[in-house]
Ligand binder design. Structure first.
Ligand SMILES: *Cc1c(COP(=O)(O)O)cnc(C)c1O
Length: 410
C-alpha cells in the first residue's frame, strides 16, 4: 500500500511484515569476469610474473587501469586490503615501537596492520558524523608521524581540514579506503588526498575477488619499496603502473621481500568489475537513500548527515540510538532480527562478528575516550548488498522504524 508523505503505516500491519533476504549474499561475478577468469585458468599462467613473450599480465593491466581510474601515478595490486595497509606502513619506514595514529571507530584489520609491523596504535576519537574527531586528532598529532586514517563505513571527514592539519604537523597520511572505493571528496577520488590509498577487493567490499587489495600513491620511492616488499623478485619491469627502473635501483638492496602478491586469476575477475564500479555505486546509493528516507524522522533515531563535499558509496548504512540504554538497544536488535533484519551494534560489550571496538583490541594500551564511547555505544550498522531490491529497502526501513518506535515508546 502506498503511503502519503508524513503518513505512518498502521502498527499492526507493520508488525506482520518480515524480510526474508540475506544480508551477506553478494551478486554473482559478472559473465565477462568469469570469461576472463576461465581464460587465465586455460592458459595456466596464474602467477603475475609468469607471462608469455609480449604478454601483459592481468595483474599489471589491473594496476594500470586502477591508477588511471583514481588518477594516481602508481598502483600496486596485492593479496589483501590489510596487506596493503601494512605494506604502506613498511614502505613509509614505520619501525617497531613507533606510534601510529588511527581511528577508534574502525575494524580489526586496521590496528592489526599497525601491530603487524610492531608499531603501536594510538586511537583518535569518533564524532556523531562517524568520522575521526578532528579536535582529538589536533591534540594527538604531536605524538606520531603517521596517521592511518580509516574511512570507516564510507564516511569521509573534512578532508581539506584533515590534510591541512597533517601537512602542517608533518604527519604522513595513509588512507584505509576499504569502504570508499568509488567515493570522492570534492570530486577527487578517495585515497588520493593522503600519501597512500589502500583498498580491499574482498567479497564484502565494492569489488569482489574473494581476497585482494590495491595500493595507490604518487610517491615514486614509496611505490618502488611497496612493489619490492610485495615480492617482485626484481621483476618490477613487468609492472605497468610502477616508477622507472632507476627508482628501484635506489631501494632494491635495502627493501625486504614480504610476499603478498595479487595473482592473475583475481586480477582477471577484478578488471571488468572496476569498469562497472560507477554503475554499481549508483545502485548502492539508490538503495541507501531509500532506507535513509524510510528512517528519517523516526523518534529516538538519528540518521547520519553526509557533507556536501562527499560522494559516498552506500554499501552499508548506520544510524544512532544515542544515549539509549544497552538493554533497549539489545531489544531493538532482537526485534529486528525476529523480522529478518540484521543489525550490527558497535556498542556491544564483546566483539561479535566483524564489530569490535578499540577496547576489544587488548594488545593495545588505550586510554578511555568517554565522548567516543557514547557514540560507539549508539551506533547501529547494516549492510546493504546489491541483491536487495528497492522494495526490500523500503520494507527493511519500515521494520526498523516500527521496532525502534515500539521500544522507544515503552
Ligand atoms: C575489510 C577491511 C580492511 C581490510 O581488508 P581485507 O582485504 O579484509 O584485508 C581494512 N579496513 C576496513 C575498515 C575493512 O573493512
Amino acid at each position: 500500500m502506498a503511503l502519503d508523505p508524513g503518513e505512518t503505516r498502521p502498527q499492526n500491519e507493520g508488525m506482520t511484515e518480515k524480510f526474508t533476504g540475506s544480508f551477506t549474499q553478494q551478486e554473482p561475478i559478472p559473465d565477462d569476469a568469469i570469461a576472463a577468469a576461465v581464460d587465465v585458468l586455460r592458459h595456466g599462467r596464474l602467477h603475475r610474473y609468469n607471462v608469455a613473450p609480449t604478454e601483459l599480465s592481468e595483474t599489471a593491466l589491473l594496476e594500470q587501469e586502477f591508477a588511471a581510474q583514481t588518477g594516481a601515478k602508481y598502483c600496486l595490486a596485492v593479496a589483501s586490503g590489510g596487506y596493503a595497509l601494512a605494506t604502506a606502513l613498511r614502505a613509509i619506514g614505520v619501525q617497531p615501537g613507533d606510534p601510529v595514529l588511527t581511528n577508534a571507530f574502525t575494524l580489526a584489520p586496521v590496528p592489526g596492520a599497525i601491530a603487524s609491523v610492531g608499531a603501536r596504535p594510538v586511537f583518535v576519537g569518533v564524532n556523531e558524523a562517524l568520522t575521526i574527531d578532528l579536535d582529538d586528532l589536533a591534540a594527538k598529532l604531536g605524538q606520531a608521524r603517521v596517521l592511518m586514517l580509516s574511512h570507516m563505513r564510507g564516511h569521509l571527514c573534512d578532508m581539506d581540514r584533515l590534510m591541512q592539519m597533517c601537512d602542517a604537523a608533518g604527519v604522513t597520511v595513509i588512507e584505509d579506503c576499504a569502504h570508499t572505493m568509488g567515493a570522492a571528496w570534492r570530486g577527487q577520488k578517495s585515497g588520493r588526498q593522503g600519501a597512500v590509498g589502500c583498498y580491499s577487493c574482498q567479497t564484502y567490499k565494492h569489488v569482489n575477488s574473494g581476497e585482494g587489495g590495491l595500493l595507490v600513491t604518487d610517491d615514486a620511492e614509496l611505490a618502488a619499496r611497496a612493489t619490492i616488499l610485495s615480492g617482485s623478485y626484481m621483476l618490477y619491469e613487468r609492472h605497468l603502473a610502477a616508477p622507472a627502473p632507476e627508482v628501484f635501483e635506489r631501494v632494491k638492496y635495502t627493501t625486504p621481500n614480504v610476499s603478498g602478491r595479487m595473482d592473475n586469476l583475481r586480477a582477471a575477475i577484478l578488471r571488468p568489475q572496476l569498469r562497472d564500479l560507477e554503475r554499481q555505486v549508483a545502485r548502492w546509493n539508490e538503495r541507501y537513500r531509500e532506507i535513509e528516507a524510510g528512517l528519517a524522522g523516526t523518534p529516538g533515531l538519528r540518521t547520519v548527515e553526509r557533507p556536501a563535499e562527499e560522494t559516498y558509496v552506500g554499501s552499508s548504512i548506520q544510524f544512532l540510538l544515542l544515549d539509549w540504554s544497552p538493554e533497549d538497544i539489545a531489544e531493538v536488535i532482537r526485534r529486528c532480527a525476529a523480522r529478518g533484519v540484521e543489525l550490527k551494534w558497535f556498542g556491544g560489550a564483546e566483539p561479535s562478528g566483524f564489530t569490535s571496538r578499540y577496547d576489544s583490541w587488548r594488545y593495545v594500551e588505550a586510554e578511555r575516550m568517554p565522548d567516543s564511547d557514547r557514540i560507539l555505544a549508539g551506533i547501529l550498522d547494516m549492510r546493504v548488498p546489491l541483491t536487495f531490491s528497492l522494495d526490500d529497502c523500503r520494507l527493511i526501513a519500515r521494520i526498523i522504524r516500527a521496532e525502534v518506535g515500539a521500544v522507544y515508546q515503552s
